[in-house]
Structures are given as structure tokens and as C-alpha cells.
Write a protein of this length. Structure first.
Length: 127
């Protein structure tokens, strides 16, 4: 995973179209570029299988079943135009994980329902 996504803060907006110039990867998984890279790394033969894998992983880390908020997904899908160029930028930088399919999958998994307090559990478990 660390070969494709870093762990450093960016100092940029979450949807900035920028990669770590030295490592040629997103700075961390909490910005859109990092989330797109993580979505592309999820195992599965189909987009639906990869989405289920991501949802199950996040649910396990949160300690409860998470669901996708369909209204937020529709909004993100309609307005997340910056995500497709981010995916293509990663592909152009030599990261095979960057592709428009990954941008679509990440848009599907971004709007998982969780509270701020519950969301703090996942990073602690992952660390």
C-alpha cells in the first residue's frame, strides 16, 4: 500500500490535483487522490466486488456495518469532476492504479455513513 499512497499531510485542499513530486503518489489516503488509489487497490474481479471489499473493510475497522449514503453518492458522482483528472494524473505519473474506473469506485465508497466519533476508530485500528 505504501508504494502507492503516502502518509504525509499535504497542506493542500482535499480535492487538490497534486501528487508527491518525489514519490509520484498521493500524499495520504484522506485526500481524494489517496482515496482513489486505495479504491484501485481493493481486490475483486468486478467493480461491485471491489466496492464490497472496501465497504466490508471500513465496516470492520469502524466496528459496525457501514452503508453507502445514496443521496451523497449521487451528488458526488454529479459534481466530483476533479476526481477523474486526478485518476488520469496518477496513471500519467506511472502509477497503474490511477484510472477512471478507480475514480468511479472511490466516488461510490466516499459517502459511507459514519459519525465523526466513530470514524476516529478506523485510523486507530489501522495504525
Amino acid at each position: 500500500m505504501l508504494r502507492h499512497v503516502g502518509v504525509e499531510p499535504t497542506g493542500e485542499a482535499f480535492n487538490s490535483i497534486v501528487l508527491d513530486e518525489v514519490a509520484k503518489r498521493p500524499f495520504n489516503p484522506m485526500v481524494n487522490a489517496g482515496a482513489i488509489a486505495v479504491a484501485a487497490l481493493m481486490p475483486g474481479d468486478t467493480a461491485q466486488e471491489r466496492i464490497c471489499t472496501m465497504l466490508n473493510l471500513c465496516s470492520d475497522l469502524a466496528g459496525r456495518r457501514l452503508e453507502i449514503d445514496e443521496q451523497v453518492f449521487r451528488s458526488e458522482n454529479a459534481t466530483g469532476h476533479r476526481n477523474r483528472p486526478i485518476a488520469y494524473m496518477m496513471l500519467n505519473s506511472g502509477d497503474a492504479q490511477g484510472n477512471s474506473g478507480a475514480a468511479s469506485r472511490s466516488a461510490r465508497t466516499f459517502p459511507m455513513n459514519s459519525s465523526c466519533m466513530r470514524s476516529t476508530t478506523a485510523p486507530m485500528c489501522a495504525a
